[in-house]
Design a protein around this ligand. Structure first.
Ligand code: MN
Length: 428
């Protein structure tokens, strides 16, 4: 099916800012609460939120096979389950409805009132019910940096790393949309030179700059997904801030990997940008350094050129740009991740979320965590207000931005902003 929604020459009759992350070529999907507290599946163009259940009820999707209530849901899971053909039809149709040449809705102000909202008057929700969440570890630079700090330079990259996309099964109950503050966690810490651990607030709260992809029902238990067909089952992507407590992590991670250091929160950008919208930004990833097993071999442009930025803003302070990176630096691509995940026959479901792992590049300003930027606190970052940071302080806000840009079009994910609050004291 042609992706007519991607036509770079298309203009919309909605007023949009020139540099918006959400031009008519994007058409992301999300879930929001309208000013009347009605929950709906929606899309977005510029600063307008589009109520898809209203569009559907008013007959704008006539001719596309859709269940009546598919958009009157509190998640995208049912819509995603309909499969890629249906996502493409709906995205193409939305682009058509808002095309400046199309009069259908443009001249129906009574319909517009039911369909369009200002982004300021709606409340974004989690876009999917995440049944299972997996976090990969697919940036070679990140794995090497962490390895050097935790185990020394000789054992930086463990022997399996170049042979498989390493991952762990994470916790989905604490994945939240941006805008919701996160509490500093407490836990066990083993201080340097001590024999016994102590309990208390994490002193090393960190962000992890990641992207995550969301899947559809892809296979039945026992069946695996090949690298070639993997993208058919990937609906779209979000920015993913995988909050981490490094002091808890260092003590607990042996031998089964991360647990409490990672389960207190992961924040996501609430608009899911489809893989289709990212199509013009396809590119190749790094060349494999070791021969890969057949089921992981991947050819062609299987990754995307997505610019990534992280900003740290102290309470009432100025924004500081602290990371500039790119999604294409990842050594293992999403197709390889999904093929590896399912090679055992593990069933993949609609709404499952797969984190990329912290994305770091080669340059120091492209490292995707405070752990790496400050080299475990050895080289604190100096902010514009002359204060320093080894890790995240209470009331700091971390903003992540992801966007693709070429001469014709910009496709963005919006900004994922989260403030860190102090430990939640138990009320007595
Ligand atoms: Mn992570």
């Amino acid at each position: 099916m042609t992706l007519s929604a991607n036509n770079p020459n298309r203009k919309t009759w909605l007023k949009t800012a020139k540099d918006t992350d959400f031009p008519i070529q994007n058409i992301p999907f999300g879930v929001f609460l309208t000013p009347d507290d009605i929950i709906t599946v929606g899309s977005r163009i510029g600063d307008y939120a589009i109520d898809l259940s209203a569009l559907h009820q008013l007959g704008y999707f006539k001719g596309i096979a859709l269940p009546d209530d598919v958009f009157l849901q509190d998640s995208l899971n049912d819509f995603i389950s309909l499969g890629r053909k249906r996502w493409r039809q709906i995205r193409n149709r939305i682009a058509e409805i808002f095309d400046e040449e199309n009069q259908e809705l443009k001249n129906q102000e009574n319909h517009q009132e039911k369909i369009l909202f200002s982004i300021k008057e709606i409340e974004m929700q989690m876009p999917v019910v995440v049944g299972d969440y997996t976090d990969f570890y697919s940036s070679k630079e990140h794995a090497e940096n962490v390895g050097k700090m935790f185990r020394g330079a000789e054992n930086a990259l463990l022997p399996n790393w170049l042979h498989m996309p390493v991952a762990y099964h994470g916790r989905s109950s604490s994945i939240i949309p941006g805008g919701i503050p996160v509490r500093r966690p407490q836990g066990q810490k083993m201080l340097k030179g001590k024999e016994n651990p102590i309990f208390g607030p994490s002193e090393n709260v960190d962000f992890e700059l990641e992207m995550a992809f969301i899947t559809t029902d892809a296979n039945v238990m026992g069946e695996s997904i090949s690298v070639e067909e993997a993208e058919e089952h990937i609906f779209g992507m979000v920015i993913f801030n995988d909050w981490s407590a490094r002091d808890l992590q260092r003590w607990e991670y042996v031998p089964l990997g991360p647990f409490l250091a990672k389960n207190f929160a992961s924040s996501i950008s609430p608009w899911v940008v489809t893989l289709d919208a990212l199509e013009p930004f396809r590119t190749t990833g790094p060349t494999p350094e070791k021969e890969q097993l057949e089921y992981l071999k991947s050819s062609g442009k299987k990754t995307f050129d997505i610019n990534l930025e992280v900003r740290l803003t102290p309470k009432n302070g100025e924004e500081n740009l602290i990371v500039e990176s790119n999604f294409k630096y990842l050594y293992w691509n999403m197709s390889q991740q999904l093929a590896h995940h399912s090679i055992t026959g593990c069933p993949i479901r609609s709404g499952d979320m797969m984190g990329s792992g912290t994305i770091s590049g080669k340059e120091k300003n492209s490292f995707g965590s405070m752990l790496e930027l400050t080299w475990n606190g050895e080289n604190p970052i100096i902010l514009k207000d002359n204060s320093t940071r080894k890790f995240i302080k209470d009331y700091d806000t971390i903003s992540m931005h992801a966007f693709c840009e070429n001469k014709e079009v910009k496709i963005g994910f919006g900004e994922l902003k989260t403030q860190l609050l102090p430990v939640l004291e138990k009320s007595k």
